[in-house]
Design a protein around this ligand. Structure first.
Ligand SMILES: [Zn+2]
Length: 100
């Protein structure tokens, strides 16, 4: 397995269903490491549970920390260059799904 030697960070979404309205909403967040990300998802899950909402889905995505998963870096004067850190990788490098 090839490891990409770039600095990455994690974005996550926690989706929950409101007990009364049955409406599904989500909260998003960001963390520097997977460990931190898991901790925040755990925290969000408990927070929602204690407010009568059921968490239905939680997902995390690892993205390039240099370009936020855009693959491109804005140079400031209307220009965009390919991100050197990830060679222009668009989207998440890996994703994780947390199921209950
Ligand atoms: Zn990048």
């Amino acid at each position: 397995m090839t490891q990409i030697a770039i600095l990455t960070k994690w974005k996550f979404v926690v989706e929950f269903e409101d007990d009364e309205t049955k409406e599904v909403s989500g909260t998003i967040g960001q963390a520097d490491t997977l460990e931190q990300c898991e901790g925040l998802i755990e925290y969000d899950t408990q927070f929602h549970s204690s407010h009568g909402r059921m968490v239905v889905n939680a997902e995390a995505a690892e993205i390039c920390g240099n370009c936020d998963g855009e693959g491109m870096i804005s140079t400031g004067n209307d220009g965009r260059v390919i991100c050197e850190a990830c060679s222009g990788h668009l989207g998440p490098i890996s994703t994780l799904r947390f199921t209950r």
